[in-house]
Design a protein around this ligand. Structure first.
Ligand code: PLP
Length: 458
């Protein structure tokens, strides 16, 4: 293992076990939930629960979800945007408890499949506060959305206009938004930049596709066009792209009024709000976003002589991402002849595909024991059959890291579990909620029996 002289972030605490449990989360040197504290014996407390203690109780890999962090983030959006509608993007991570928390905090829900829709509806989420997305909604999905009476459906492609209109009687119209592509590039990776043309989502404004789709929707008596939608991309940390989107969408609203004599009452700017994954990362400042976007919308509408439409935003990552910590058990530590060190853990790309998909960085920390050893560079790798199954490349960890140790990865609440797979039949991890010093299991670990139960022939 390569010995280093200076760790990039504080090594696990070597203080006595009387470490005050009120030390700020920042002392941990990473994007931890606000409740995180150094705990006794090198542990870290989240929501008042020791991660090592939770790992002992529920096994590993374990995702520990801080309820207060989710609620606090939802509340911060409501406070910053009191006149807007805030919809939590379920694709970031959804389970019944999550649906309850965001509903209780006054948020709506953006779903993009019948699975997400069904889960939310069975959890009792008010259907009128649900918006259905998807670039390839099946007729069955649209039928389910109608049957459950979802508040809004976002029309994302040409085939959907007639498909949806055919399901709707003129006396019970469906409220819809049209997803447009404003031609603005933003986001951390090409795979998630959805604001530019030449891709599968939405109707480009440039070239007239958006205007044509809007005319077709307005022609359908069963479709009530409430407004425009756009989603620029993900992990956006600057407000500027959203201001450009406001400009483009208000221009289109003015054209719609000029052409059709209607003023649309809603404007949905999607999600994409960036969070911190590493200690020094930038994140989108939600309060700044709220003030500048709201101001810009008012100014552009005044210039165009339009009523200001109701703003809608759809944050997913910024609500769920910072609220979870993944805890893994180290299964092997390997030193190669060229001085490389690999610490292999009991999860990997099946519970967190983001590093393999996007090269996403994370921070990682030893929990559950103190180490007096110096720091070393370690690649924290998963247990899957691919060399690319690396969770954290070049992590700084204690040089005496060994099998049996626990590693905690913060900022793992969004697009890990929701993108988890059945690769190698390892099984998806358990999820435990923590709050006020108590932990409870939300989702049990997937077992081989779950895989076997799906088999119906041989
Ligand atoms: C239409 C739409 N809305 C909202 C979101 C949520 O994005 P984020 O989790 O980055 O806020 C996404 C993410 O892909 C999306 O496609």
């Amino acid at each position: 293992m390569t010995q280093l002289t200076a760790p990039a972030f504080p090594a696990p605490s070597t203080a006595p076990s009387t470490v005050p449990s009120t030390a700020p989360a920042d002392a941990l040197g990473g994007p931890w939930p606000a409740s995180a504290r150094p705990g006794p014996g090198g542990d870290v407390l989240v929501g008042g629960v020791g991660l090592a203690e939770a790992a002992e109780r529920f096994g590993t890999p374990l995702y520990v979800l801080d309820e207060a962090e989710v609620r606090g983030r939802a509340r911060a959006y409501r406070r910053a945007l009191p006149h807007a509608e805030v919809l939590y993007a379920a694709k970031a991570f959804l389970c019944s408890a999550m649906a309850d928390w965001v509903a209780e905090e006054g948020l709506g829900l953006d779903v993009c499949s019948s699975g997400e829709l069904w889960l939310a509806a069975s959890a009792g989420f008010p259907a009128q506060r649900i918006l259905l997305h998807g670039n390839a909604k099946s007729p069955e999905e649209l039928r389910l959305a109608r049957r459950l009476r979802v508040g809004r459906i976002v029309i994302d492609g040409p085939a959907e206009i007639a498909r949806l209109a055919a399901l709707v009687a003129a006396d019970t119209p469906q409220r819809v938004l049209v997803r447009v592509v404003p031609g603005i590039a933003a986001g951390h990776h090409a795979a998630v930049r959805t604001g530019v043309g030449g891709q599968k989502f939405g109707f480009p404004i440039e070239g007239g596709d958006a205007a044509d789709a809007i005319a077709r929707v307005l022609d359908q008596p069963g479709l009530e066009l409430a407004g425009l939608h756009c989603h620029l991309g993900s992990q956006i940390t600057e407000v500027e792209p959203y201001l450009q989107a406001v400009d483009a969408l208000v221009r289109l609203l003015a054209e719609i009024r000029a052409q059709h004599g209607v003023e649309l009452p809603e404007l949905d700017l999607g999600g994409g709000h960036g969070i911190r994954y590493l200690p020094g990362d930038a994140e989108l400042d939600v309060a700044d976003f709220a003030v500048r976007v709201t101001d810009r919308l008012a100014v552009r509408c005044a210039e165009a002589g339009l009523e200001v439409p109701r703003l809608i935003v759809e944050p997913g990552r910024a609500v769920a991402g910072p609220a979870a910590v993944a805890v893994y058990r180290v299964l092997s530590v390997k030193h190669t002849a060229d001085g490389h060190c690999f610490a292999a853990v009991d999860g990997g790309m099946s519970d967190n595909p983001r590093p393999a998909l996007y090269g996403s960085p994370y921070s990682v920390r030893l929990v559950g024991r103190r180490s007096e050893a110096g720091a070393a560079r370690v690649d924290v790798v998963g247990r899957h059959c691919e060399a690319g199954d690396v969770l954290v490349r070049d992590a700084v960890l204690p040089a005496d890291l060994r099998p049996g140790d626990l590693l905690a990865v913060p900022a793992t609440g969004a697009y890990q579990l929701s993108m988890a797979s059945g690769y190698n039949l390892v099984g998806r991890p358990a999820v435990a909620a923590v709050k006020d010093g108590r932990a409870r299991l939300l989702i049990r670990r997937e077992t081989v029996e779950d895989f076997r139960l799906r088999e119906v022939g041989r």
